[in-house]
Write a protein that binds this ligand. Structure first.
Ligand code: SAM
Length: 291
């Protein structure tokens, strides 16, 4: 590995005490202790702008498209007729950008606990929202997601939990109270998806979510994608619905919906959609051990 001649500040991820990743901070753009979290946004020559909360990388300009395309187009194209979408978290705006590409979606509500994240990402990560914050279908609620899903009178076709890891404010979005609230405000035939960690390093997170979600939904599983800066292997996305047919959707139907949506992607395609529901045996073994 070539030694870097020019000394730069090195930023170390703090998610795991004994294994991690680091970034050179080529230019610090913003650092703020918001009401809820420590936020930093900096430039890195390899990954573009990087945003971290409480020492954990949330998103980078270079690989965010993988995560945002997979957490939106898989549930929306499997559903086929989603009109009302709820995003929990998502303050950087990338999830909103991808949802707004679906012309059939009539409203997108984003429930973000930290107004500072929206404000600073709008300014320092403009490519993430790419103008979606100005979409007429968008409305922002500054609230803890678990409170919103347990109190709202609205119902949704798809709920996307784009939250931090279960530490700090994100912890409440991995609880039964949150999952029960999501089941409560999903329309019949609705789909819930959530970022659920890198299963090789955070297997308990996936097992715990699966166990809790199974109390409120009849079809609970995961799908996956590898996102480089969520280091340690594939990231699992929780999948929960009461309609098992969504996971069996045939290739022709999926391809027709993707073509009709007129969306060009850099990661997602119908074959990746199907393949993403294949899970490693060690995770399947861990999930069946809880049954
Ligand atoms: N892609 C990232 C990941 O996989 O970890 C998530 C990115 S997004 C920036 C995470 C957002 O969740 C942040 O804006 C954070 O403020 C928000 N958040 C954390 N806990 C929350 C809660 N309880 N309710 C609503 N939003 C929350």
């Amino acid at each position: 590995m070539s030694r870097n001649s020019s000394p730069k500040e090195i930023w170390y991820e703090t998610l795991h005490a004994h294994f991690g990743q680091y970034f050179s901070v080529d230019k610090e753009l913003y650092r703020e202790k918001t009401e809820h979290q420590d936020l930093v946004i900096f430039e890195n020559a390899a990954l573009g702008r990087v945003m971290a909360l409480d020492g954990v990388v949330q998103t980078t300009e270079r690989d965010e498209f993988i995560y945002h395309e997979m957490l939106t187009h898989v549930p929306l194209l499997a559903h086929g007729d989603a009109k009302k979408v709820l995003i929990i978290g998502g303050g950087d705006g990338g999830m909103l950008r991808e949802v707004c590409r679906h012309k059939g979606v009539e409203s997108v509500t984003m429930v973000e606990i930290d107004a500072g994240v929206v404000e600073f990402c709008r300014q320092y990560l403009p490519n993430h929202n790419a103008g979606a914050y100005d979409d007429a279908r968008f409305n922002l609620v500054i609230e803890d997601g678990v409170n919103f899903v347990n109190q709202t009178s609205e119902t949704f076709d798809v709920i996307i939990s784009d939250c931090t890891d279960p530490i700090g404010p994100g912890e409440s979005l991995f609880t039964s109270a949150f999952y029960e609230g999501c089941a409560r405000c999903l329309k019949p035939g609705g789909i819930f998806v959530a970022q659920n960690g890198v299963c090789f390093l955070q297997q308990d997170e996936a097992v715990n979510s699966h166990t809790k979600l199974s109390h409120y939904f009849s079809d609970v599983s995961f799908y996956q994608a590898a996102i480089p800066t969520y280091y340690g292997g594939i990231m699992t996305f929780a999948w929960a619905t009461n309609n098992p047919a969504y996971r069996q959707i045939d290739s022709q139907t999926l391809q027709a919906r993707f073509d009709a949506a007129g969306i060009t992607c850099r990661y997602y395609n119908p074959a990746i959609h199907h393949g993403s529901f294949a899970l490693p045996q060690y995770l399947l073994n861990a999930l069946s051990a809880t049954r």
